[in-house]
Design a binder for this molecule. Structure first.
Ligand SMILES: C[S@@+](CC[C@H](N)C(=O)[O-])C[C@H]1O[C@@H](n2cnc3c(N)ncnc32)[C@H](O)[C@@H]1O
Length: 607
């Protein structure tokens, strides 16, 4: 058959682009190209163009400008432009469709600029009233005043743009209307408030309040800068400040019982009779550093259970007792922990951990398994949506279920993904750098009676030639790195091992698009050839009202793609010949794949 001449390999080769050098790629992160220089006199004598000339504009630092926001970029900053110009100014707090006045705060190598929003002239499209009165000032929920449908539309667009500009994937292939289009619709979150199972608040010596200032130029009230006032605070860090804390009485992202805990702590901790002091990050004096509240579910009753973790600069449990007495009256509180962190650093992980009340752990359930959560162990922050994400991962892993396949779970954390797959695999090998997470993963395996999983502590940025010798060749690799994505050493190993399937879970679509480019198109400057084909990308909204975007991607190695094609072709030859005769056209490689996806949809069978 003529179509046989077109193999998945050739299709993949045809699509391959020339990778940009890494540093050029990074320069392009959030910026549009600077505008062309002003036309020379010779150029202005050329025949008039039907397209109106673009205004040449380069901003000056400190200048006040009128902007229109067109889209959302990395970290939720608005992509803004001056009317008639293409120069990009990134502006925190600007939302698509909004017209605003902003002050240019920073020029970035002449390629783009950053601007601080002063005031809105015309509100953005899809405006809604933010449920939280602090939304405009708190760095946590940047997009609460944007309708949820618009939030996810912009996240989807951001993923698309990064895949095209960084990943160098063909936009037509990404977005085709065929069922095998690579980029699938974003999966929204059903619960857009109270979805977080963990919040960390900070104690501070200076309460941060927004200050309404006069814009001297235009004599109107603007929110321009912020100011410190005396007064202790417990809440979230003001955006961009490690030493200023926005006082928070309730937070719509955490569970109701967690909000009850926050309210009780707020009522109590500043009482001078108790003698508690917040830690001063400049003078390095004071006692209370952070308040972490985690919500799980009891594995037998499935009712909420709450862990409260006080991070303090030294161990003085008596000082905490008035707080402990009050919060333990809340029925959901089953664990109170004290992490002691005497270092000047401001992290919440203590050198010592003490249980002041109840159990040292709480539990949570995911995909039918029970997980133990300690004060500092990593656990997916949105449990319900993690369940949705893990189901998608299971679908993509496509385990046959006959217990014959090897799964490698890279960046496994406490082993949650690997353990949910272990039930259908021969063996799961998990790799993770944090020793405590590995200890939790082993405990979690035991707790769920899983004994075909091995968890190994190791730094995946520092792998050497021996990596891969301690486990059999994997059939499925899961990779779930944190924001920086995968190190080149790991990319190189993945290109050598040519695993049949990779499921990449990413919390940063920019580094993810870069890694996909390497894996699918190769790394020219390192003379590495790409050997995977991107099959699907599903953005999953795990964090409504925030700029964070999670994606689940699946890739096939070229060999696997060819094997699947032949397997499907052989099994469905009758159907293929029938359709070929019917359409009177020979089938290109895409058609059998289209049939394959249809077949999968009809039968639900994973091939
Ligand atoms: C996004 S989390 C994923 C955790 C886990 N897959 C899950 O779903 O719960 C990324 C994990 O990678 C780990 N990690 C970060 N850098 C690493 C490195 N260089 N080597 C190994 N693990 C690393 C982190 O400690 C963290 O547990």
């Amino acid at each position: 058959m003529a179509a046989h001449a077109v193999t998945p390999l050739t299709i993949c080769r045809l699509r391959r682009g020339v990778p940009l050098h890494h540093s050029r790629r990074l320069l392009a992160v959030a910026a549009a190209a600077p505008e062309a220089p002003a036309p020379t006199p010779a150029a202005s004598q050329s025949p008039p163009s039907p397209v109106p000339p673009r205004k040449v504009y380069f901003p000056k630092r400190g200048e006040t400008v009128e902007l229109t926001c067109e889209a959302l970029a990395f970290k939720g900053k608005g992509v803004c432009k001056v009317a008639g110009s293409t120069f990009v100014l990134l502006c925190d707090g600007a939302l698509p469709g909004e017209r605003l006045v902003a002050r240019v705060s920073r020029l970035r190598r002449g390629a783009f600029a950053e601007a601080a929003k002063l005031r809105t002239l015309e509100p953005h499209h899809d405006a809604v009233e933010a449920p939280c009165p602090l939304a405009a000032d708190c760095g946590g929920c940047k997009t609460q005043s944007l309708a949820y449908a618009a939030q996810i539309r912009h996240k989807h667009l951001q993923v698309r743009d990064l895949l095209v500009n960084f990943g160098k994937f063909d936009p037509k292939r990404l977005e085709s209307s065929e069922p095998d289009a690579i980029l699938k619709p974003i999966v929204p979150c059903d619960e857009i408030l109270r979805y977080r199972n963990k919040m960390e608040f900070s104690f501070g010596t200076k309460r941060w309040v927004q200050k309404e200032l006069k814009d001297k130029d235009e004599e109107v009230e603007v929110k321009q800068e912020t100011n410190e006032t005396d007064g202790y605070a417990l809440g979230l860090h003001a955006p961009g400040f490690f030493d200023k804390v926005l006082h928070v009485q309730k937070c719509f992202l955490q569970s109701e019982p967690a909000d009850k805990v926050l309210a009780v702590v707020q009522e109590t901790w500043m009482d001078p009779a108790i003698g508690l002091t917040p830690y001063d990050v400049h003078k390095h004096v004071g006692f209370l550093k952070h308040l972490m509240i985690r919500t799980g579910r009891n594995f037998s009753t499935e009712t909420p259970e709450v862990m409260v973790n006080f991070v303090t600069s030294c161990y003085k449990p008596d000082l905490l007792m008035p707080l402990v007495d009050k919060i333990t009256k809340i029925p959901e509180v089953v664990s109170v922990i004290n992490n002691v962190n005497s270092s000047v650093g401001n992290t919440s992980v203590g050198e010592q951990e003490y249980t002041l009340y109840g159990k040292p752990n709480i539990t949570e359930m995911l995909r039918g398994l029970t997980f133990q959560i300690s004060a500092n162990s990593f656990f997916q922050t949105n449990t319900k949506q993690a369940d949705v994400l893990y189901r998608l991962i299971e679908d993509s892993a496509g385990l046959k279920g006959d217990g014959s396949e090897i799964v490698l779970d890279l960046f496994c954390g406490t082993g949650t993904i690997g353990l949910t797959l272990a039930r259908r695999a021969k063996h799961v090998y998990g790799y993770e750098v944090v020793p405590e997470a590995i200890a939790d993963a082993r405990k979690n395996a035991k707790l769920n009676g899983i004994n075909n999983a091995t968890f190994v502590q190791g730094d995946l940025n520092k792998i050497n030639e021996s990596f891969g010798k301690e486990f059999p060749r994997p059939d499925i690799i899961i990779s779930d790195p944190n924001r920086p994505g995968m190190h080149m050493k790991l990319i190189k190993w993945l290109l050598e091992v040519k695993a049949p399937r990779i499921v990449y879970v990413s919390c940063n679509p920019a580094t993810c698009a870069r890694d996909l480019d390497y894996l699918c198109h190769g790394v020219e400057e390192k003379d590495l050839r790409g050997c995977y084909e991107l099959k699907s990308v599903i953005p999953v909204d795990m964090f409504p009202h925030t700029p964070h975007i999670e994606c689940k991607l699946s890739m096939y190695s070229e060999n696997e793609r060819t094997r699947l094609w032949h397997e499907y072709h052989d099994e469905n030859l009758d159907l293929i010949l029938f359709i070929e005769g019917y359409t009177n056209d020979f089938l290109m490689i895409e058609e059998p794949l289209y049939l394959l996806s249809q077949h999968r949809e009809v039968t639900g069978q994973l091939i």
